[in-house]
Design a protein around this ligand. Structure first.
Ligand SMILES: *Cc1c(COP(=O)(O)O)cnc(C)c1O
Length: 361
């Protein structure tokens, strides 16, 4: 479809055109049933097939081992900020949180209601421009888990390597969910809102070590208990069927592309195109992030003045390059290059950046 523009939105993300077309084609009449998938009972056979396929594909594409399961939970990543602490922390236990920026701060603020939370490393002194090395992370005695935000969507930083510490890791991976492999033996839980890389908004994927969900904390409401979702294979209540069907299709698309390794390679290649444009601009474009911590998903950059940034944003929009404005809390520009962004879209952005610099540099 020729009128689709290049969407660099930080979330919801651009989705594969082929997946959108497939959903459009089967939307009114799902496989001859005479109604759409989202009008069916979530207990119907047709839906169950879609549901189970999405579950199995999520585990397969992410290469989660046998002792993990995946949960579909509404409320996005932010609800997981609370659910993680509610479910994993018992009286007397504490958890360490690595404060890498805006989203980590949110996770800390919400977890504090449910247990003793301490900051195991704070990036404030460095302006949240990098992630820590292992030796900088302080893990205190009696720590149940260490929480990390693997990719800070607003600051544009990521952990190039996941920490190797003596306690299990819990990760908010929202903005790079299924964009790189996970060393599962170090993790108890990995979660992310699906709208950043995998589908439309409406839920989080939660990959959980099954032994962690049980025994459950029985003093919290059922929907907030991981063991309840685990037990019911994410059919405890009416699930967001449309979102799940879309995620299933995107996972199939990812698998056909070569799976996680191919996606990871493509991400490094695509982000590299924009970083090269920045690095070779004689300072016209600048990236505030330490080189080793540069995100492969959210490339943040500045121009010489705010006036030029406004102009850049207006002209890029006219050139069909959408949503390049940085988050309102930090300003500047940001290109979010998620799994479904084609290389051609990134090349169009790099060409535009070159032209803009030729004109205004
Ligand atoms: C977007 C985002 C969130 C919030 O996700 P919701 O699904 O909107 O609740 C949390 N963490 C990170 C890293 C994000 O990028």
């Amino acid at each position: 479809m020729s009128n689709r523009k290049h969407n660099f939105c930080a979330g919801p993300c651009t989705l594969p055109t082929s997946v959108l077309e497939e959903m459009r084609d089967e939307f009114l009449d799902y496989q001859g049933a005479g109604l759409s998938l989202i009008e069916m009972s979530h207990r119907a056979g047709e839906y169950d097939t879609v549901h189970q396929e999405a579950r199995h594909l999520a585990l397969e594409v992410f290469r989660a081992p046998e002792d993990f399961d995946v949960l579909f939970i509404q409320g996005g990543a932010i609800l997981q900020f609370a659910m993680v602490a509610m479910n994993l922390l018992r009286p007397g236990e504490r958890a360490g949180y690595v404060n890498t920026g805006a989203w980590a701060k949110g996770a800390i603020a919400d977890a504090r209601h449910y247990g003793e939370i301490y900051t195991a490393w704070d990036g404030a002194a460095d302006g949240y421009a990098r992630t820590p090395g292992d030796s900088e992370i302080e893990v205190r005695d009696g720590t149940r888990y260490l929480h990390i935000t693997t990719n800070e969507t607003i600051g544009g930083i990521r952990f190039p390597d996941f920490p190797a510490v003596d306690v299990p890791l819990v990760a908010d991976m929202s903005s790079e969910l299924m964009a790189r492999p996970i060393p599962w033996d170090r993790f108890d839980l990995v979660y992310g809102g699906v709208q950043k890389n995998l589908g439309p908004a409406g839920m989080a994927l939660v990959f959980i070590r099954k032994s962690v969900a049980c025994p459950a904390n029985e003093s919290i409401a059922r929907y907030l208990r991981y063991d309840v979702h685990l037990d019911k294979e994410s059919l405890f209540n009416t699930p967001p069927m449309f979102t799940i069907a879309m995620v299933g299709k995107v996972l199939k698309w990812m698998k056909a592309r070569g799976g996680l390794d191919a996606i990871e390679r493509e991400a490094a290649d695509k982000a590299g195109i924009v970083y090269r444009q920045i690095d070779e601009s004689d300072g016209f474009y600048s990236c505030p992030v330490h080189r080793a911590s540069r995100s492969h998903m959210n490339v943040v950059f500045r121009l010489p003045s705010e006036a030029l940034e406004s102009r850049f944003l207006a002209e890029s929009k006219s050139a069909d390059l959408l949503n390049l404005k940085g988050h309102r809390s930090v300003g500047g520009c940001r290109a979010s290059i998620y799994n479904a962004m084609p290389r051609s879209g990134v090349e169009a952005l790099a060409d535009f950046m070159q032209r803009f610099r030729d004109e205004h540099g």
